[in-house]
Design a protein around this ligand. Structure first.
Ligand code: ATP
Length: 248
């Protein structure tokens, strides 16, 4: 598969403190890459720079051949961004919200309607399509925002904590939707603190700490890096990030 995203020596400081300190990695089409790290490691900052929501201090970001720092508008057309604290337009219904977002992206209305129906059905929101978003629970809002992020058929999906706060059924639906897009050839980067999700779903895993990429690879490669054959990703992660592992 071709390279979808190539990040090179990306850096960002806040008030003289390096939040992202020269990170390089790449993600291929049809691949799910989990970006893991302790709180404050720099995951969201990295993803926000790739999404063009935050200016990088240094480094290069290439999205399907587009230099995202030179031409952020062209890169954004290719990217879906799901923030960890999604915002919706409360007065719109779910259907109106998707129509609105599709309009912003210039998606043909007929295909947008077909995609909106597919996404709402897949995410279990079809019966709520005419309800205002303000009446939605947190999990329903999260699913509606995800549908909005996917309506323009982005080729690179960046999902910041997409499963946090979802119940088991909703979590299954979202995982199925992510798998569907990967199978269709999209590149997906997700952050999660639910390590079982990364263990089950990711083709490759990158672990960052203090703004630096400590290691990356398949679970097997990370196990061998940590000298932890046969252990869970949680054990490998805690060992590689030098965090206390408790007595469990
Ligand atoms: P978490 O798992 O807790 O969501 P994260 O890996 O996503 O963490 P970031 O949100 O990228 O971490 O934060 C990386 C570092 O940058 C942290 O030290 C954080 O305090 C700092 N930081 C992030 N945003 C800002 C900001 N707007 N101003 C100042 N410092 C910031």
């Amino acid at each position: 598969m071709s390279t979808a995203l190539c990040v090179t020596d990306l850096a960002k400081s806040y008030g003289g403190k390096r939040a992202v300190d020269g990170i390089s990695f790449d993600v291929r089409g049809g691949e799910l890459y989990a970006l893991l790290g302790p709180n404050g490691a720099g995951k969201t900052t990295t993803l926000r720079m790739i999404a063009g929501l935050l200016n990088a201090d240094a480094g290069a970001i290439n999205v399907f051949g587009v230099d995202a720092r030179q031409d952020p508008a062209a890169a954004k057309q290719l990217i879906a961004w799901l923030p960890d604290e999604p915002l919706l337009y409360d007065k719109l219904t779910a259907w109106e919200y998707l129509e609105f977002v599709a309009g912003l992206w210039g998606v043909d209305p007929k295909s947008a309607r077909a995609d909106a129906e597919h996404l709402l059905k897949l995410l279990g929101l079809w019966d709520n399509r005419n309800d205002r978003c303000e009446t939605f629970s947190r999990g329903m809002k999260q699913k509606a925002v995800l549908a909005g992020a996917l309506i323009h058929h982005p080729k690179l999906l960046m999902l910041d904590e997409p499963l946090t706060g979802l119940d088991a059924a909703a979590s299954r639906l979202v995982k199925d939707l992510i798998r569907e897009r990967v199978a269709q050839g999209a590149a997906v980067i997700l952050t999660t603190h639910i390590l079982e999700v990364a263990e089950r779903m990711a083709d490759r895993i990158g672990i960052i700490k203090d703004g630096k990429l400590l290691t990356e690879g398949s679970l097997e490669e990370l196990r061998s890096h940590a000298g932890a054959q046969g252990q869970s990703l949680e054990d490998v992660f805690l060992s590689l990030t030098g965090q206390p592992q408790g007595v469990a």
